[in-house]
Write a protein that binds this ligand. Structure first.
Ligand code: C5P
Length: 218
Protein backbone atom coordinates (compact mmCIF):
# COMPACT_ATOMS: atom_id res chain seq x y z
CA UNK A 1 0.00 0.00 0.00
CA UNK A 2 1.44 3.46 -0.84
CA UNK A 3 2.47 5.50 2.15
CA UNK A 4 0.26 8.34 3.37
CA UNK A 5 1.57 11.89 3.62
CA UNK A 6 0.18 14.78 5.67
CA UNK A 7 1.78 18.18 5.07
CA UNK A 8 1.77 21.21 7.36
CA UNK A 9 2.83 24.56 5.93
CA UNK A 10 2.56 28.07 7.30
CA UNK A 11 4.48 31.14 8.40
CA UNK A 12 7.16 31.25 11.10
CA UNK A 13 6.00 30.53 14.66
CA UNK A 14 2.49 29.48 13.62
CA UNK A 15 2.88 26.22 15.56
CA UNK A 16 3.74 23.89 12.66
CA UNK A 17 6.49 22.10 14.58
CA UNK A 18 4.28 21.52 17.63
CA UNK A 19 1.39 20.20 15.54
CA UNK A 20 3.70 17.98 13.48
CA UNK A 21 5.20 16.50 16.63
CA UNK A 22 1.86 15.89 18.36
CA UNK A 23 0.30 14.42 15.22
CA UNK A 24 3.22 12.15 14.50
CA UNK A 25 2.99 10.78 18.03
CA UNK A 26 -0.78 10.41 18.08
CA UNK A 27 -1.22 8.69 14.70
CA UNK A 28 2.18 7.00 14.63
CA UNK A 29 3.46 8.56 11.37
CA UNK A 30 7.15 9.38 10.82
CA UNK A 31 8.20 13.01 11.13
CA UNK A 32 9.99 15.24 8.62
CA UNK A 33 11.00 18.68 9.88
CA UNK A 34 12.05 20.19 6.55
CA UNK A 35 13.25 23.41 8.20
CA UNK A 36 15.73 21.29 10.16
CA UNK A 37 16.97 19.83 6.87
CA UNK A 38 17.61 23.36 5.55
CA UNK A 39 19.38 24.18 8.81
CA UNK A 40 21.43 20.97 8.59
CA UNK A 41 22.33 21.83 4.99
CA UNK A 42 23.58 25.21 6.24
CA UNK A 43 25.45 23.59 9.15
CA UNK A 44 27.27 21.07 6.93
CA UNK A 45 27.96 23.69 4.23
CA UNK A 46 29.51 25.84 6.96
CA UNK A 47 31.81 22.92 7.81
CA UNK A 48 33.05 22.95 4.22
CA UNK A 49 31.62 19.52 3.30
CA UNK A 50 30.98 18.65 -0.37
CA UNK A 51 27.44 18.41 -1.75
CA UNK A 52 27.95 14.67 -2.22
CA UNK A 53 28.77 14.13 1.45
CA UNK A 54 26.00 16.53 2.55
CA UNK A 55 23.43 14.64 0.44
CA UNK A 56 24.38 11.37 2.16
CA UNK A 57 24.21 12.96 5.59
CA UNK A 58 20.85 14.64 4.98
CA UNK A 59 19.29 11.45 3.63
CA UNK A 60 20.01 9.61 6.86
CA UNK A 61 19.00 12.21 9.44
CA UNK A 62 16.50 10.90 12.02
CA UNK A 63 13.86 12.95 13.78
CA UNK A 64 13.40 11.22 17.10
CA UNK A 65 10.58 12.07 19.49
CA UNK A 66 11.89 12.02 23.03
CA UNK A 67 10.14 13.44 26.12
CA UNK A 68 7.86 15.58 23.92
CA UNK A 69 10.89 17.06 22.12
CA UNK A 70 12.24 16.32 18.67
CA UNK A 71 15.86 15.23 18.60
CA UNK A 72 17.74 15.59 15.31
CA UNK A 73 20.35 12.88 14.89
CA UNK A 74 22.96 12.60 12.13
CA UNK A 75 25.48 9.72 12.07
CA UNK A 76 24.54 8.83 15.66
CA UNK A 77 25.30 12.38 16.76
CA UNK A 78 22.63 14.66 18.28
CA UNK A 79 22.91 17.95 16.33
CA UNK A 80 19.67 19.55 17.63
CA UNK A 81 21.39 22.38 19.53
CA UNK A 82 23.82 23.17 16.71
CA UNK A 83 20.90 23.58 14.31
CA UNK A 84 19.15 26.00 16.68
CA UNK A 85 22.04 28.48 16.58
CA UNK A 86 21.05 31.87 15.20
CA UNK A 87 23.91 32.03 12.70
CA UNK A 88 22.86 28.66 11.28
CA UNK A 89 19.23 29.87 11.01
CA UNK A 90 20.38 32.96 9.13
CA UNK A 91 22.59 30.93 6.79
CA UNK A 92 19.73 28.43 6.25
CA UNK A 93 17.39 31.26 5.32
CA UNK A 94 19.96 32.67 2.89
CA UNK A 95 20.73 29.30 1.26
CA UNK A 96 17.07 28.23 1.11
CA UNK A 97 16.30 30.86 -1.54
CA UNK A 98 18.88 29.40 -3.96
CA UNK A 99 17.65 27.02 -6.65
CA UNK A 100 20.70 24.76 -6.25
CA UNK A 101 19.86 24.19 -2.57
CA UNK A 102 16.20 23.45 -3.26
CA UNK A 103 17.07 21.10 -6.15
CA UNK A 104 19.42 19.17 -3.89
CA UNK A 105 16.93 18.93 -1.03
CA UNK A 106 13.85 18.00 -3.08
CA UNK A 107 14.61 14.28 -3.68
CA UNK A 108 15.96 13.93 -0.14
CA UNK A 109 12.68 15.20 1.33
CA UNK A 110 10.62 12.96 -0.98
CA UNK A 111 12.75 10.02 0.10
CA UNK A 112 11.43 10.38 3.64
CA UNK A 113 7.88 9.76 2.39
CA UNK A 114 8.76 6.88 0.06
CA UNK A 115 8.41 3.97 2.45
CA UNK A 116 6.63 5.26 5.51
CA UNK A 117 3.60 7.28 6.49
CA UNK A 118 4.78 10.82 7.07
CA UNK A 119 3.89 14.13 8.69
CA UNK A 120 6.03 16.79 6.97
CA UNK A 121 6.19 20.42 8.07
CA UNK A 122 7.72 23.43 6.34
CA UNK A 123 6.89 26.13 3.80
CA UNK A 124 6.41 24.24 0.52
CA UNK A 125 5.51 20.72 1.64
CA UNK A 126 2.00 20.73 0.12
CA UNK A 127 2.75 22.95 -2.87
CA UNK A 128 6.06 21.56 -4.17
CA UNK A 129 7.52 18.62 -2.29
CA UNK A 130 4.37 16.51 -1.79
CA UNK A 131 1.78 17.97 -4.22
CA UNK A 132 -0.24 14.72 -4.00
CA UNK A 133 -0.32 14.64 -0.19
CA UNK A 134 -3.39 12.98 1.36
CA UNK A 135 -4.02 16.01 3.55
CA UNK A 136 -2.47 19.49 3.28
CA UNK A 137 -2.81 21.64 6.38
CA UNK A 138 -2.09 25.37 6.29
CA UNK A 139 -1.52 26.62 9.79
CA UNK A 140 -1.75 30.32 10.46
CA UNK A 141 -2.01 32.69 13.44
CA UNK A 142 -1.95 36.45 13.84
CA UNK A 143 1.41 38.14 14.23
CA UNK A 144 0.95 39.24 17.87
CA UNK A 145 0.18 35.67 18.93
CA UNK A 146 3.07 34.24 16.94
CA UNK A 147 5.53 36.73 18.46
CA UNK A 148 4.21 36.03 21.96
CA UNK A 149 4.62 32.26 21.46
CA UNK A 150 8.18 32.69 20.16
CA UNK A 151 8.97 34.96 23.14
CA UNK A 152 7.74 32.32 25.63
CA UNK A 153 9.73 29.65 23.80
CA UNK A 154 12.91 31.76 24.01
CA UNK A 155 12.24 32.63 27.67
CA UNK A 156 12.10 28.91 28.44
CA UNK A 157 15.59 28.69 26.97
CA UNK A 158 16.72 31.62 29.14
CA UNK A 159 16.70 34.27 26.39
CA UNK A 160 14.93 37.60 26.90
CA UNK A 161 13.79 39.24 23.66
CA UNK A 162 11.74 42.37 23.08
CA UNK A 163 8.30 41.52 21.65
CA UNK A 164 8.43 44.32 19.05
CA UNK A 165 11.85 43.19 17.80
CA UNK A 166 10.45 39.66 17.53
CA UNK A 167 7.44 40.85 15.52
CA UNK A 168 9.74 42.69 13.14
CA UNK A 169 11.99 39.61 12.76
CA UNK A 170 9.06 37.27 12.13
CA UNK A 171 7.40 39.60 9.60
CA UNK A 172 10.71 40.00 7.81
CA UNK A 173 11.09 36.21 7.57
CA UNK A 174 7.46 35.83 6.37
CA UNK A 175 8.09 38.44 3.72
CA UNK A 176 11.24 36.72 2.51
CA UNK A 177 9.55 33.29 2.48
CA UNK A 178 6.47 34.55 0.64
CA UNK A 179 8.24 36.72 -1.90
CA UNK A 180 11.07 34.49 -3.03
CA UNK A 181 10.93 33.31 -6.65
CA UNK A 182 11.42 29.62 -5.95
CA UNK A 183 9.01 27.65 -3.76
CA UNK A 184 7.52 30.64 -1.96
CA UNK A 185 5.35 30.07 1.09
CA UNK A 186 1.74 30.00 -0.09
CA UNK A 187 -1.40 28.16 0.82
CA UNK A 188 -2.05 25.21 -1.52
CA UNK A 189 -5.40 25.53 -3.35
CA UNK A 190 -6.63 22.32 -1.73
CA UNK A 191 -5.30 23.06 1.76
CA UNK A 192 -7.31 22.70 4.96
CA UNK A 193 -6.69 25.89 6.96
CA UNK A 194 -6.43 26.06 10.72
CA UNK A 195 -6.11 29.48 12.35
CA UNK A 196 -4.46 28.75 15.67
CA UNK A 197 -4.67 32.35 17.01
CA UNK A 198 -7.27 31.48 19.63
CA UNK A 199 -6.66 27.76 19.95
CA UNK A 200 -4.50 25.71 22.31
CA UNK A 201 -2.10 23.20 20.77
CA UNK A 202 -4.50 20.47 21.94
CA UNK A 203 -7.40 22.12 20.07
CA UNK A 204 -5.30 22.50 16.92
CA UNK A 205 -4.40 18.81 17.18
CA UNK A 206 -8.05 17.84 17.59
CA UNK A 207 -9.07 19.88 14.52
CA UNK A 208 -6.41 18.11 12.48
CA UNK A 209 -7.37 14.66 13.81
CA UNK A 210 -11.06 15.29 12.95
CA UNK A 211 -10.08 16.12 9.37
CA UNK A 212 -7.76 13.10 9.15
CA UNK A 213 -10.59 10.82 10.29
CA UNK A 214 -13.05 12.47 7.89
CA UNK A 215 -10.71 11.59 5.04
CA UNK A 216 -10.29 8.03 6.26
CA UNK A 217 -6.55 8.34 6.76
CA UNK A 218 -6.68 6.63 10.14
O1 C5P B 1 11.30 26.31 9.91
P1 C5P B 1 12.72 26.73 10.19
O2 C5P B 1 12.83 28.08 10.81
O3 C5P B 1 13.51 25.70 10.92
O4 C5P B 1 13.39 26.85 8.72
C1 C5P B 1 14.72 27.29 8.53
C2 C5P B 1 14.81 28.03 7.21
O5 C5P B 1 14.57 27.15 6.11
C3 C5P B 1 13.79 29.16 7.09
O6 C5P B 1 14.47 30.37 6.91
C4 C5P B 1 12.93 28.85 5.89
O7 C5P B 1 12.84 29.93 5.04
C5 C5P B 1 13.64 27.71 5.19
N1 C5P B 1 12.69 26.67 4.80
C6 C5P B 1 12.29 26.62 3.47
N2 C5P B 1 11.46 25.62 3.04
C7 C5P B 1 10.99 24.70 3.92
C8 C5P B 1 11.37 24.75 5.28
C9 C5P B 1 12.21 25.77 5.69
O8 C5P B 1 12.70 27.47 2.68
N3 C5P B 1 10.20 23.74 3.46
Amino acid sequence: MPSKVITIDGPSASGKGTLAKLLSKQINFDLLDSGALYRAFAFFTNQGLSHEVITKKLSSISFILKHAKVQIVSDNEDITNELRMERIAILASELSSKSLTRKLLLPIQRGYGANSNLVADGRDMGTVVFPDADLKIYLDANIEIRAKRRQLELQKRGQEVNIHDLMTDILERDNKDMRRDISPLRKADDAFTIDSSNLSSEQVLNNAIDEIKKRGLI
